[in-house]
Design a protein around this ligand. Structure first.
Ligand code: PSU
Ligand code: MN
Length: 303
């Protein structure tokens, strides 16, 4: 028996009439941002998707049930949940959360899996997981998911707390195209640019949608990464970001923070070290990525 996601009426209707839908993840709500910024940002991302003419589908596991299209009240409940009471669900965690009837927040990998099960092609987030610096064997399950799940993920690259060249290598190995939306260089999450080239620049949602359709047409089983730079007025200067990241990652190492706790720790520590500037950048890029994803989903449906 295949577990059927519980899909909201709005999302079901949109999918049934081939209207654009954008998947949104929930780990950034429970592990990425503090309350109440987390709920405000999640709702602002949904509004940005709607303003672009698409239907948002925020995804989580609620009491063991895969839920697609959370209500604002469900988002609020997740946002207020005490730390560590909601399981961070990547691929390996999904069956555990479902079997035990737990609440789970889906990561990029977890959300890609549920989006694909539901028939949603476009997904917006902040930054994907990648290869951790100094720990080339800590490869986020997000990266491997791109190799086997055909969803287009709109993000500001991989979080710059990571080793970006190694992250690109893992994507390349798996045949995942890295597209730059109005950029030639891979964005670095808090900062708009790196010196790493993307595989292809596109300048419109229509061009991005054409590449997703071509991937469908050749029967591609893998995902696509569409990268969008952080809005210029909220960008964090690369050297300031870098200094805070280096400090936070070395603190994580010396205090023994490991595994799935590294990313949440480093995100919140970098925010403290930059007096909240990194969080302002994170929120701005999340909302902007939701808007661009809405436009791409729209163009995809029109093709
Ligand atoms: N983007 C954000 N904030 C986040 C994340 C993405 O702006 O918190 C989350 C995503 O859910 C992503 C996860 O899958 O961070 C990566 O965690 P890890 O490095 O442990 O795989
Ligand atoms: Mn990891």
């Amino acid at each position: 028996m295949i577990a059927k996601p519980k899909v909201s009426a709005a999302v079901q209707n949109a999918l049934g009439s081939k209207e654009p839908v954008v998947a949104l993840e929930s780990t950034l709500i429970t592990h990425g941002l503090p309350y109440p910024l987390n709920v405000e940002t999640a709702l602002a991302m949904e509004a940005a998707v709607r303003a672009a003419g698409a239907t948002p589908a925020t995804i989580a596991i609620l009491k063991g049930e895969i839920t697609v299209g959370l209500t604002p009240a469900q988002i609020e409940t997740l946002a207020q949940a005490p730390p560590n009471s909601v399981r961070k669900c990547s691929r390996r965690d999904l069956p555990i959360a479902i079997a035990l009837g737990q609440d789970g927040a889906t990561t990029v990998a977890g959300t890609m899996i549920v989006a694909a099960m539901t028939g949603i092609k476009v997904f917006a987030t902040g930054g994907i997981g990648g290869v951790h610096r100094g720990q080339p064997h800590d490869v986020s399950a997000d990266l491997l998911e791109f190799g086997r799940t055909a969803v287009a993920v709109v993000s500001s690259g991989a979080k710059s707390i990571l080793d970006l060249p190694l992250t690109l290598e893992v994507l390349e190995t798996q045949g995942v195209p890295v597209i730059g939306y109005r950029t030639n260089a891979l964005p670095a999450f808090y900062a708009a640019n790196t010196d790493l080239p993307v595989d292809q620049r596109v300048d419109s949602a229509a061009e991005a949608a054409a590449i997703i359709r071509a991937a469908d047409a050749i029967g591609a089983k893998h995902g696509l990464l569409i990268t969008v730079p952080v809005p210029a007025d909220k960008e964090l200067q690369a050297d300031i970001a870098e200094e805070a990241i280096l400090r936070a990652t070395s603190e994580a190492e010396s205090t023994g923070i490991a595994g799935k706790d590294i990313t949440p720790f480093v995100l919140s520590r970098v925010s403290e070290l930059t007096d909240g500037a990194s969080m302002a950048a994170n929120i701005a890029l999340l909302i902007n990525n939701a808007r661009v994803a809405g436009q791409i989903a729209q163009a995809y449906c029109q093709g």
